[in-house]
Design a protein around this ligand. Structure first.
Ligand code: ZN
Ligand code: CU
Length: 492
């Protein structure tokens, strides 16, 4: 009997996402699913693609993004991701989510990294889910509900303090409603000034709702520098005490790093501790493949030994892409004064050690997440380059790990940690999220000087069986992405 289907990709080197060794096979797709993997000589497809031994992997899952707004703006806005082979993004990280929050004035930083008040129009998480369902984009979306967004609403914008009991109760109600309406979990960004005022007990009290309703917990920890170990302890206490003794909450530590030169090398200590604690409770983390971070500009946190490049500025948009020291020299002011004048603004800070970045990336618990910030005028190159950089530079050129492992950290592992059924893997029955790439050519071209540059070697990408990217072509208008809802939701 001959199998007839929509698409057959022939003679591919399959990296199935599980980390298992590559194998040569044909892959058949019907509708939104993979229907067969193997020697499909007798099958025929409406469309046939000859892979000629090039790599076929599950579509990449970007474990950490700030694409909350970008996914609502149509498929063209996601070209930065589809061109890397990404088919699913996790939004709502670092305590920052677009919903549920309506704003009448500019949101306090870092909430404004998603945009000004005109973007905060959704009074419930359900509205956000509905927006993505009615007007889909080119990638699937897994959305977290952010602590800061909840705080700004519950505390009437007066967020530079701990929440009172009635405000915590409001946040719990809102989070409960959000988890029921499709939020996949709860995220915090305790590093940022307004949220740093939240004591651990505030976070635990709110996170208990996650235990009741189902979901996960992700955190941009309070400190990623001198007190990184204290922060890991606080985080693990949070998921233990918000969960039950038998079942601590599922956890992702966001963009794990050891910041500032005096902490270089300490990833040995942090990773060993996470491995030890990980024997008794869930511990996972994401990482981006660069030694520089990026977020909103916070002049009072600047240090003279850390190079700073401006990514956007409301009063001085022409300074995007420029070094802060050069701006200060041009203006004849101190660096601090220049930083203050640029606000509100964003920045890239060169504050990590490449050896730590590699050690963290190579660790079996890591997942790849870009942490790209899509609305910056001159963004960090991770927005356009993360996945090809891991495949090309770190796996192929530097041999940090095998290509199988690299793909696993972008697919199967991530799907498992976030609980995404039938994604992140190539097998019959799984969703047809696929990327065809050339392992010999794949590389990132985005740089700090030219960050919005498409990578090379990602040839074709499909999301739910529909093509979303073809190398060398204009951005596709296909919008097969889905809102993935809350896979951990407990139904009673
Ligand atoms: Zn963050
Ligand atoms: Cu982030």
């Amino acid at each position: 009997m001959t199998l007839r289907c929509d698409l057959v990709i022939r003679d591919a080197t399959v990296f199935d996402g599980t980390g298992a060794p590559r194998f040569r096979a044909d892959v058949a797709v019907e509708g939104d699913r993979i229907v067969a993997v193997g020697d499909l000589g007798s099958a025929s497809g409406k469309e046939e693609i000859l892979a000629g031994g090039r790599a076929l992997a599950p579509g990449f899952i970007d474990a950490h993004t700030h694409d909350d707004r970008a996914v609502t703006c149509g498929p063209e806005c996601m070209h930065c991701k589809t061109s890397q082979g990404v088919t699913t993004v996790v939004v709502g990280n670092c305590g920052v989510s677009l919903a549920p929050l309506r704003m009448e004035k500019r949101p306090p930083p870092p909430l404004d990294l998603l945009g000004d008040e005109s973007w905060f129009t959704m009074g419930s998480f359900g509205e956000y889910a509905e927006a993505l369902t009615k007007r889909p984009t080119s990638v699937n979306t897994f959305a977290l509900c952010g602590h800061m967004s909840l705080r700004v609403e519950a505390m009437g914008g007066d967020v530079y303090r701990a929440a009172k009991d009635f405000e915590i109760a409001r946040m719990q109600d809102r989070l409960r409603e959000s988890l029921r309406q499709g939020a996949g979990g709860f995220s915090t960004g305790l590093y940022y000034p307004p949220n740093a005022e939240a004591p651990t007990d505030e976070v635990i009290a709110i996170a208990q709702v996650v235990r009741e309703e189902g979901g996960m917990y992700t955190t941009h920890m309070r400190d990623e520098a001198d007190h990184v170990m204290d922060s890991i302890r606080e985080t693990l206490r949070t998921t233990r005490e918000a969960g039950t003794e038998d079942e601590p909450l599922d956890l992702v530590i966001s963009h794990h790093k050891c910041s500032m030169s005096e902490n270089f090398g300490r990833s040995r200590e942090t990773l060993a501790y996470m491995d030890l604690m990980g024997q008794d409770q869930p511990v996972a983390f994401d990482v981006y493949p660069y030694p520089a971070g990026s977020t909103v500009l916070m002049p009072d946190k600047l240090r003279q030994d850390v190079k700073v490049q401006i990514t956007w500025s409301v009063p001085f948009p022409e300074m995007a892409g420029r070094n802060l020291d050069h701006i200060a020299a041009e203006w004849g002011v101190t660096r601090r004064e220049a930083g203050d004048r640029l606000l509100p603004a964003g920045a890239i800070t060169f504050q990590m050690d490449e050896a730590d970045v590699r050690r963290i990336m190579a660790h079996p618990r890591s997942m790849i997440g870009s942490d790209g910030i899509p609305h910056d005028a001159m963004p960090h190159p991770r927005l356009w380059g993360t996945f090809p950089r891991v495949l090309g530079m770190y796996a192929r050129d530097l041999g940090l790990f095998s290509l199988e492992t690299a793909v696993h950290k972008m697919t199967g592992r991530t799907a498992k940690v976030f609980g995404l059924p039938d994604r992140g893997v190539i097998r019959a029955g799984a969703f047809a999220d696929l990327v065809l790439f050339d392992p010999a050519r794949v590389r990132d071209h985005a740089t700090y000087a030219a960050p919005m540059t498409v990578s090379e070697g990602i040839e074709q990408v499909w999301c739910n069986g529909e093509r979303t990217y073809t190398e060398g072509h204009e951005p596709s208008s296909a919008a097969p992405g889905r809102f993935l809802g809350n896979p951990r939701r407990k139904t009673r």
